[in-house]
Design a protein around this ligand. Sequence first.
Ligand SMILES: Nc1ncnc2c1ncn2[C@@H]1O[C@H](COP(=O)(O)OP(=O)(O)O)[C@@H](O)[C@H]1O
Ligand SMILES: [Mg+2]
Length: 391
Amino acid sequence: MTFPVIGVIGGGQLARMMAGPAVELGLELRVLAEGPDVSAVAAVAHAEVGDYRDLDAVRAFAAGVDVLTFDHEHVPGELLAELALDGVAIHPSPPALRHAQDKLVMRRAVEELGLPNPAWRAVRTATDIEAFADATGWPVVLKTPRGGYDGKGVLVLRDAAGLAAAEPWLTGGELLVEQFVPFSRELSVLVARRPSGDAVTWPVVESIQVDSVCDEVLAPAPHLPDDVADAVTSAALRLAERLGVTGVMAVELFETPGVGAGYLINELAMRPHNSGHWTMDGAATGQFEQHLRAVLDLPLGATHAVAQHAVMKNVLGGANTDIYGAYPTALSSGPSAKVHFYGKDVRPGRKIGHVNALAAPGEPLAAVRERASRVAAILRDGTDLPSSDKD
Ligand SMILES: Nc1ncnc2c1ncn2[C@@H]1O[C@H](COP(=O)(O)OP(=O)(O)O)[C@@H](O)[C@H]1O
Ligand SMILES: [Mg+2]
Protein backbone atom coordinates (compact mmCIF):
# COMPACT_ATOMS: atom_id res chain seq x y z
CA MET A 1 0.00 0.00 0.00
CA THR A 2 1.59 3.26 -0.99
CA PHE A 3 0.06 6.45 0.22
CA PRO A 4 1.94 9.72 -0.10
CA VAL A 5 3.53 11.60 2.76
CA ILE A 6 2.77 15.32 2.98
CA GLY A 7 5.18 17.50 4.93
CA VAL A 8 3.98 20.77 6.39
CA ILE A 9 6.46 23.45 7.39
CA GLY A 10 5.13 25.07 10.54
CA GLY A 11 3.09 23.53 13.33
CA GLY A 12 0.38 26.11 13.90
CA GLN A 13 -3.37 25.59 13.82
CA LEU A 14 -3.49 25.46 10.03
CA ALA A 15 -1.21 22.42 9.98
CA ARG A 16 -3.24 20.95 12.83
CA MET A 17 -6.50 21.30 10.92
CA MET A 18 -5.01 19.42 7.95
CA ALA A 19 -4.62 16.39 10.21
CA GLY A 20 -8.31 15.41 10.32
CA PRO A 21 -8.75 15.26 6.55
CA ALA A 22 -5.36 13.54 6.19
CA VAL A 23 -6.54 10.76 8.48
CA GLU A 24 -9.83 10.49 6.57
CA LEU A 25 -7.99 10.13 3.27
CA GLY A 26 -5.38 7.77 4.69
CA LEU A 27 -2.54 10.19 4.02
CA GLU A 28 0.45 10.61 6.25
CA LEU A 29 0.96 14.16 7.44
CA ARG A 30 4.28 15.22 8.91
CA VAL A 31 5.04 18.53 10.51
CA LEU A 32 8.22 20.52 10.93
CA ALA A 33 7.34 22.27 14.16
CA GLU A 34 8.75 25.39 15.79
CA GLY A 35 8.78 23.66 19.17
CA PRO A 36 7.55 20.51 20.90
CA ASP A 37 4.35 22.13 22.16
CA VAL A 38 2.99 23.96 19.12
CA SER A 39 -0.56 23.36 17.97
CA ALA A 40 -0.12 20.64 15.32
CA VAL A 41 2.29 18.39 17.18
CA ALA A 42 -0.37 16.57 19.17
CA ALA A 43 -2.46 15.99 16.05
CA VAL A 44 0.03 14.16 13.81
CA ALA A 45 1.92 10.91 14.18
CA HIS A 46 5.20 12.39 13.00
CA ALA A 47 6.35 15.83 14.08
CA GLU A 48 9.92 17.01 14.35
CA VAL A 49 11.22 20.20 15.81
CA GLY A 50 13.35 22.32 13.53
CA ASP A 51 13.98 25.86 12.40
CA TYR A 52 12.28 26.65 9.10
CA ARG A 53 15.04 29.17 8.37
CA ASP A 54 17.73 26.49 8.57
CA LEU A 55 18.36 24.92 5.16
CA ASP A 56 19.81 21.72 6.61
CA ALA A 57 16.86 21.21 8.95
CA VAL A 58 14.31 21.77 6.20
CA ARG A 59 16.28 19.64 3.74
CA ALA A 60 16.39 16.73 6.20
CA PHE A 61 12.65 17.07 6.81
CA ALA A 62 11.90 17.28 3.09
CA ALA A 63 13.87 14.09 2.41
CA GLY A 64 11.14 12.04 4.08
CA VAL A 65 8.12 13.51 2.31
CA ASP A 66 6.58 13.34 -1.15
CA VAL A 67 5.18 16.86 -1.14
CA LEU A 68 6.12 19.90 0.91
CA THR A 69 3.58 22.56 1.85
CA PHE A 70 3.13 25.27 4.46
CA ASP A 71 1.36 26.38 7.59
CA HIS A 72 2.76 29.91 7.16
CA GLU A 73 4.51 32.03 4.58
CA HIS A 74 7.71 32.87 6.42
CA VAL A 75 10.09 30.30 4.92
CA PRO A 76 12.82 32.26 3.11
CA GLY A 77 12.48 32.14 -0.67
CA GLU A 78 16.20 31.43 -1.18
CA LEU A 79 15.93 28.35 1.03
CA LEU A 80 12.94 27.09 -0.93
CA ALA A 81 14.74 27.71 -4.21
CA GLU A 82 17.55 25.42 -2.98
CA LEU A 83 15.06 22.71 -2.13
CA ALA A 84 13.40 23.06 -5.51
CA LEU A 85 16.83 22.48 -7.09
CA ASP A 86 17.10 19.31 -4.98
CA GLY A 87 13.93 18.16 -6.75
CA VAL A 88 11.56 18.55 -3.80
CA ALA A 89 7.92 18.98 -4.88
CA ILE A 90 6.88 22.26 -3.22
CA HIS A 91 3.28 23.52 -3.31
CA PRO A 92 2.78 26.38 -3.69
CA SER A 93 6.00 26.74 -5.68
CA PRO A 94 8.56 29.29 -4.46
CA PRO A 95 7.89 31.73 -7.35
CA ALA A 96 4.13 31.65 -6.70
CA LEU A 97 4.60 31.93 -2.94
CA ARG A 98 6.59 35.16 -3.32
CA HIS A 99 3.32 36.95 -4.03
CA ALA A 100 2.06 36.04 -0.58
CA GLN A 101 5.42 36.72 1.09
CA ASP A 102 6.04 40.18 -0.25
CA LYS A 103 3.27 42.75 -0.61
CA LEU A 104 5.28 44.81 -3.10
CA VAL A 105 5.72 41.79 -5.36
CA MET A 106 1.98 41.17 -5.01
CA ARG A 107 1.03 44.79 -5.87
CA ARG A 108 3.21 44.70 -9.01
CA ALA A 109 1.66 41.40 -10.15
CA VAL A 110 -1.90 42.61 -9.55
CA GLU A 111 -1.10 45.73 -11.55
CA GLU A 112 0.41 43.74 -14.41
CA LEU A 113 -2.71 41.57 -14.57
CA GLY A 114 -4.85 44.70 -14.78
CA LEU A 115 -6.76 43.78 -11.62
CA PRO A 116 -7.90 46.51 -9.21
CA ASN A 117 -5.24 47.69 -6.75
CA PRO A 118 -5.61 50.60 -4.34
CA ALA A 119 -3.24 53.46 -5.21
CA TRP A 120 0.19 52.34 -3.94
CA ARG A 121 3.88 53.11 -4.13
CA ALA A 122 7.17 51.63 -2.99
CA VAL A 123 8.77 54.12 -0.56
CA ARG A 124 11.84 54.47 1.61
CA THR A 125 11.65 57.87 3.27
CA ALA A 126 9.20 60.22 4.98
CA THR A 127 9.54 62.50 1.95
CA ASP A 128 8.44 59.64 -0.32
CA ILE A 129 5.41 58.98 1.88
CA GLU A 130 4.45 62.63 1.96
CA ALA A 131 4.76 62.93 -1.81
CA PHE A 132 2.45 59.92 -2.18
CA ALA A 133 -0.06 61.35 0.30
CA ASP A 134 0.02 64.72 -1.47
CA ALA A 135 -1.06 62.92 -4.63
CA THR A 136 -3.72 60.60 -3.14
CA GLY A 137 -4.74 62.43 0.07
CA TRP A 138 -4.39 61.43 3.73
CA PRO A 139 -4.75 59.06 5.50
CA VAL A 140 -2.36 56.52 4.00
CA VAL A 141 -1.46 53.02 5.12
CA LEU A 142 2.19 52.05 5.52
CA LYS A 143 3.05 48.35 5.36
CA THR A 144 6.13 46.23 5.80
CA PRO A 145 6.25 44.18 2.61
CA ARG A 146 7.31 41.00 4.40
CA GLY A 147 6.54 39.13 7.59
CA GLY A 148 3.36 40.92 8.71
CA TYR A 149 0.22 39.19 9.94
CA ASP A 150 -2.86 40.12 11.99
CA GLY A 151 -2.15 43.82 11.43
CA LYS A 152 1.43 43.62 12.68
CA GLY A 153 3.27 45.47 9.97
CA VAL A 154 0.38 47.81 9.11
CA LEU A 155 0.40 51.46 10.21
CA VAL A 156 -2.30 54.00 9.40
CA LEU A 157 -0.92 57.53 9.05
CA ARG A 158 -3.64 60.15 9.50
CA ASP A 159 -1.66 63.21 8.38
CA ALA A 160 1.82 64.64 7.96
CA ALA A 161 2.12 65.06 11.75
CA GLY A 162 1.44 61.34 12.11
CA LEU A 163 4.55 60.59 10.08
CA ALA A 164 6.54 60.68 13.32
CA ALA A 165 5.04 57.30 14.18
CA ALA A 166 6.58 55.88 11.01
CA GLU A 167 10.10 56.90 12.06
CA PRO A 168 11.11 53.47 13.47
CA TRP A 169 9.98 51.86 10.20
CA LEU A 170 12.15 54.06 8.01
CA THR A 171 15.38 52.11 8.12
CA GLY A 172 16.23 52.44 4.45
CA GLY A 173 14.44 49.32 3.21
CA GLU A 174 11.57 49.39 0.75
CA LEU A 175 8.13 49.79 2.29
CA LEU A 176 4.68 49.74 0.72
CA VAL A 177 2.40 52.72 1.10
CA GLU A 178 -1.26 52.56 0.05
CA GLN A 179 -4.15 54.94 -0.05
CA PHE A 180 -6.48 54.41 2.93
CA VAL A 181 -9.40 52.66 1.24
CA PRO A 182 -12.81 53.80 2.54
CA PHE A 183 -14.25 50.34 2.02
CA SER A 184 -17.80 49.36 2.95
CA ARG A 185 -16.60 45.95 4.17
CA GLU A 186 -13.90 43.36 3.65
CA LEU A 187 -14.49 40.34 1.48
CA SER A 188 -12.49 37.22 0.87
CA VAL A 189 -12.57 34.57 -1.78
CA LEU A 190 -10.85 31.23 -1.51
CA VAL A 191 -9.53 29.35 -4.51
CA ALA A 192 -7.90 25.94 -4.75
CA ARG A 193 -5.81 24.97 -7.75
CA ARG A 194 -4.02 21.73 -8.56
CA PRO A 195 -0.76 21.54 -10.48
CA SER A 196 -2.45 20.14 -13.56
CA GLY A 197 -4.55 23.29 -13.73
CA ASP A 198 -8.05 22.61 -12.42
CA ALA A 199 -9.22 25.28 -9.99
CA VAL A 200 -12.33 25.83 -7.89
CA THR A 201 -13.60 28.64 -5.67
CA TRP A 202 -15.91 28.73 -2.67
CA PRO A 203 -18.67 31.34 -2.23
CA VAL A 204 -17.35 34.86 -1.55
CA VAL A 205 -17.48 35.72 2.17
CA GLU A 206 -17.51 38.84 4.32
CA SER A 207 -14.73 38.99 6.89
CA ILE A 208 -14.97 41.29 9.86
CA GLN A 209 -11.71 42.44 11.44
CA VAL A 210 -11.42 43.84 14.96
CA ASP A 211 -8.11 45.62 15.61
CA SER A 212 -6.85 44.14 12.32
CA VAL A 213 -7.51 40.58 13.52
CA CYS A 214 -10.20 38.46 11.86
CA ASP A 215 -13.15 38.23 14.25
CA GLU A 216 -16.04 36.84 12.27
CA VAL A 217 -16.77 35.50 8.79
CA LEU A 218 -20.19 35.45 7.12
CA ALA A 219 -20.66 32.93 4.32
CA PRO A 220 -21.83 33.84 1.82
CA ALA A 221 -21.24 37.62 2.06
CA PRO A 222 -24.76 38.97 2.68
CA HIS A 223 -26.38 40.93 -0.16
CA LEU A 224 -23.28 40.86 -2.31
CA PRO A 225 -24.28 41.96 -5.83
CA ASP A 226 -23.87 39.11 -8.32
CA ASP A 227 -21.64 41.16 -10.59
CA VAL A 228 -19.19 41.85 -7.75
CA ALA A 229 -19.22 38.21 -6.67
CA ASP A 230 -18.54 37.15 -10.25
CA ALA A 231 -15.80 39.74 -10.70
CA VAL A 232 -13.88 38.82 -7.53
CA THR A 233 -14.27 35.11 -8.23
CA SER A 234 -12.86 35.43 -11.71
CA ALA A 235 -10.07 37.69 -10.39
CA ALA A 236 -9.12 34.97 -7.90
CA LEU A 237 -9.12 32.30 -10.59
CA ARG A 238 -7.06 34.51 -12.88
CA LEU A 239 -4.53 35.23 -10.12
CA ALA A 240 -4.27 31.54 -9.26
CA GLU A 241 -3.68 30.63 -12.88
CA ARG A 242 -1.30 33.42 -13.80
CA LEU A 243 0.78 33.15 -10.63
CA GLY A 244 0.83 29.34 -10.91
CA VAL A 245 -0.67 28.85 -7.46
CA THR A 246 -1.03 25.28 -6.20
CA GLY A 247 -3.00 24.48 -3.07
CA VAL A 248 -5.41 26.88 -1.42
CA MET A 249 -5.10 30.65 -1.82
CA ALA A 250 -7.17 33.32 -0.09
CA VAL A 251 -7.67 36.66 -1.80
CA GLU A 252 -8.52 39.42 0.71
CA LEU A 253 -10.55 42.25 -0.80
CA PHE A 254 -12.10 45.60 0.01
CA GLU A 255 -15.64 46.20 -1.24
CA THR A 256 -16.03 49.71 -2.69
CA PRO A 257 -19.63 50.01 -3.94
CA GLY A 258 -20.02 52.32 -6.90
CA VAL A 259 -16.31 53.01 -7.17
CA GLY A 260 -14.29 51.43 -9.99
CA ALA A 261 -14.86 47.70 -10.26
CA GLY A 262 -16.67 47.73 -6.89
CA TYR A 263 -13.73 46.07 -5.17
CA LEU A 264 -9.97 46.34 -4.65
CA ILE A 265 -7.50 43.57 -3.91
CA ASN A 266 -5.91 43.77 -0.45
CA GLU A 267 -3.57 40.80 -0.17
CA LEU A 268 -2.99 37.14 -0.95
CA ALA A 269 -2.41 34.20 1.38
CA MET A 270 -1.22 30.92 -0.16
CA ARG A 271 -2.42 28.38 2.35
CA PRO A 272 -5.69 27.67 4.09
CA HIS A 273 -6.89 30.91 5.66
CA ASN A 274 -8.94 32.11 8.62
CA SER A 275 -11.61 33.41 6.23
CA GLY A 276 -12.03 29.81 5.02
CA HIS A 277 -12.52 28.06 8.36
CA TRP A 278 -16.28 28.11 7.80
CA THR A 279 -15.80 25.57 4.98
CA MET A 280 -14.86 22.86 7.50
CA ASP A 281 -18.53 22.53 8.41
CA GLY A 282 -20.29 24.80 5.93
CA ALA A 283 -19.12 23.57 2.53
CA ALA A 284 -19.19 20.24 0.72
CA THR A 285 -15.38 20.16 0.90
CA GLY A 286 -13.45 22.01 3.58
CA GLN A 287 -10.37 24.06 2.76
CA PHE A 288 -7.98 21.77 4.64
CA GLU A 289 -9.06 18.65 2.76
CA GLN A 290 -8.98 20.63 -0.46
CA HIS A 291 -5.47 21.85 0.22
CA LEU A 292 -4.28 18.26 0.64
CA ARG A 293 -6.03 17.18 -2.54
CA ALA A 294 -4.62 20.12 -4.47
CA VAL A 295 -0.99 19.71 -3.40
CA LEU A 296 -1.21 16.01 -4.32
CA ASP A 297 -2.75 16.88 -7.69
CA LEU A 298 -5.87 14.89 -6.87
CA PRO A 299 -9.33 15.81 -8.22
CA LEU A 300 -10.77 18.71 -6.23
CA GLY A 301 -13.94 18.40 -4.16
CA ALA A 302 -17.22 20.27 -4.57
CA THR A 303 -17.23 23.65 -2.87
CA HIS A 304 -20.91 24.59 -2.56
CA ALA A 305 -22.30 25.72 0.79
CA VAL A 306 -24.35 23.13 2.66
CA ALA A 307 -26.46 25.68 4.55
CA GLN A 308 -27.99 28.99 3.57
CA HIS A 309 -25.76 30.82 6.05
CA ALA A 310 -22.58 29.79 7.81
CA VAL A 311 -20.88 31.94 10.41
CA MET A 312 -17.35 31.52 11.73
CA LYS A 313 -16.51 33.29 14.97
CA ASN A 314 -12.93 33.29 16.22
CA VAL A 315 -12.19 32.51 19.86
CA LEU A 316 -9.39 34.71 21.14
CA GLY A 317 -7.76 34.07 24.48
CA GLY A 318 -9.58 35.83 27.33
CA ALA A 319 -10.34 35.40 31.00
CA ASN A 320 -11.10 31.69 30.84
CA THR A 321 -8.14 29.29 30.90
CA ASP A 322 -10.25 26.16 31.50
CA ILE A 323 -11.53 25.76 27.95
CA TYR A 324 -12.76 22.21 28.47
CA GLY A 325 -14.57 23.31 31.60
CA ALA A 326 -16.67 25.57 29.38
CA TYR A 327 -17.52 22.80 26.90
CA PRO A 328 -20.73 21.57 28.57
CA THR A 329 -22.27 25.04 28.44
CA ALA A 330 -20.82 25.89 25.05
CA LEU A 331 -21.87 22.67 23.37
CA SER A 332 -25.38 22.77 24.79
CA SER A 333 -25.83 26.21 23.27
CA GLY A 334 -26.99 25.01 19.90
CA PRO A 335 -26.99 21.78 17.95
CA SER A 336 -25.33 23.13 14.84
CA ALA A 337 -22.54 25.07 16.51
CA LYS A 338 -19.21 23.32 15.96
CA VAL A 339 -16.33 24.04 18.27
CA HIS A 340 -12.76 23.85 16.95
CA PHE A 341 -9.99 24.23 19.49
CA TYR A 342 -6.33 24.40 18.54
CA GLY A 343 -4.72 22.95 21.66
CA LYS A 344 -2.92 26.22 22.37
CA ASP A 345 -2.27 27.78 25.74
CA VAL A 346 -4.65 30.62 26.46
CA ARG A 347 -3.04 34.03 26.15
CA PRO A 348 -4.94 37.29 25.85
CA GLY A 349 -5.85 38.04 22.25
CA ARG A 350 -4.28 34.84 20.88
CA LYS A 351 -6.29 32.84 18.33
CA ILE A 352 -7.07 29.64 20.24
CA GLY A 353 -10.07 28.28 18.37
CA HIS A 354 -13.16 29.09 16.39
CA VAL A 355 -16.84 28.27 16.30
CA ASN A 356 -18.77 27.47 13.13
CA ALA A 357 -22.55 27.77 13.16
CA LEU A 358 -24.85 26.79 10.31
CA ALA A 359 -28.36 28.04 9.64
CA ALA A 360 -31.23 25.62 10.11
CA PRO A 361 -33.63 25.79 7.12
CA GLY A 362 -35.16 29.27 7.12
CA GLU A 363 -33.11 30.52 10.06
CA PRO A 364 -32.07 34.16 9.59
CA LEU A 365 -28.41 35.13 9.48
CA ALA A 366 -28.73 37.28 12.62
CA ALA A 367 -29.72 34.24 14.67
CA VAL A 368 -26.79 32.22 13.37
CA ARG A 369 -24.38 35.05 14.19
CA GLU A 370 -25.82 35.35 17.63
CA ARG A 371 -25.38 31.64 18.25
CA ALA A 372 -21.78 31.54 17.02
CA SER A 373 -20.91 34.60 19.10
CA ARG A 374 -22.54 33.22 22.21
CA VAL A 375 -20.65 29.93 22.02
CA ALA A 376 -17.37 31.75 21.34
CA ALA A 377 -18.00 34.07 24.30
CA ILE A 378 -18.67 31.14 26.63
CA LEU A 379 -15.34 29.58 25.63
CA ARG A 380 -13.53 32.91 26.03
CA ASP A 381 -15.12 34.00 29.30
CA GLY A 382 -16.11 30.68 30.84
CA THR A 383 -19.54 32.05 31.63
CA ASP A 384 -22.83 32.21 29.79
CA LEU A 385 -24.85 35.31 29.10
CA PRO A 386 -27.82 35.93 31.40
CA SER A 387 -30.64 33.73 30.14
CA SER A 388 -32.79 36.79 29.40
CA ASP A 389 -30.30 37.77 26.66
CA LYS A 390 -30.44 34.42 24.93
CA ASP A 391 -33.41 34.81 22.64
N1 LIG B 1 -5.15 50.32 2.21
C1 LIG B 1 -5.94 50.08 3.27
N2 LIG B 1 -7.00 50.88 3.54
C2 LIG B 1 -7.78 50.66 4.62
N3 LIG B 1 -7.60 49.65 5.49
C3 LIG B 1 -6.57 48.81 5.27
C4 LIG B 1 -5.69 48.97 4.14
N4 LIG B 1 -4.78 47.98 4.18
C5 LIG B 1 -5.07 47.24 5.26
N5 LIG B 1 -6.14 47.72 5.93
C6 LIG B 1 -6.74 47.13 7.14
O1 LIG B 1 -5.73 46.45 7.90
C7 LIG B 1 -5.97 45.04 7.93
C8 LIG B 1 -4.65 44.29 7.85
O2 LIG B 1 -3.96 44.63 6.65
P1 LIG B 1 -3.32 43.51 5.72
O3 LIG B 1 -2.59 44.17 4.62
O4 LIG B 1 -4.36 42.52 5.33
O5 LIG B 1 -2.23 42.90 6.71
P2 LIG B 1 -2.08 41.49 7.44
O6 LIG B 1 -0.96 40.85 6.68
O7 LIG B 1 -1.73 41.86 8.83
O8 LIG B 1 -3.37 40.75 7.30
C9 LIG B 1 -6.90 44.79 6.74
O9 LIG B 1 -7.65 43.60 6.93
C10 LIG B 1 -7.75 46.04 6.77
O10 LIG B 1 -8.73 45.96 7.79
MG1 LIG C 1 -4.65 40.54 5.77
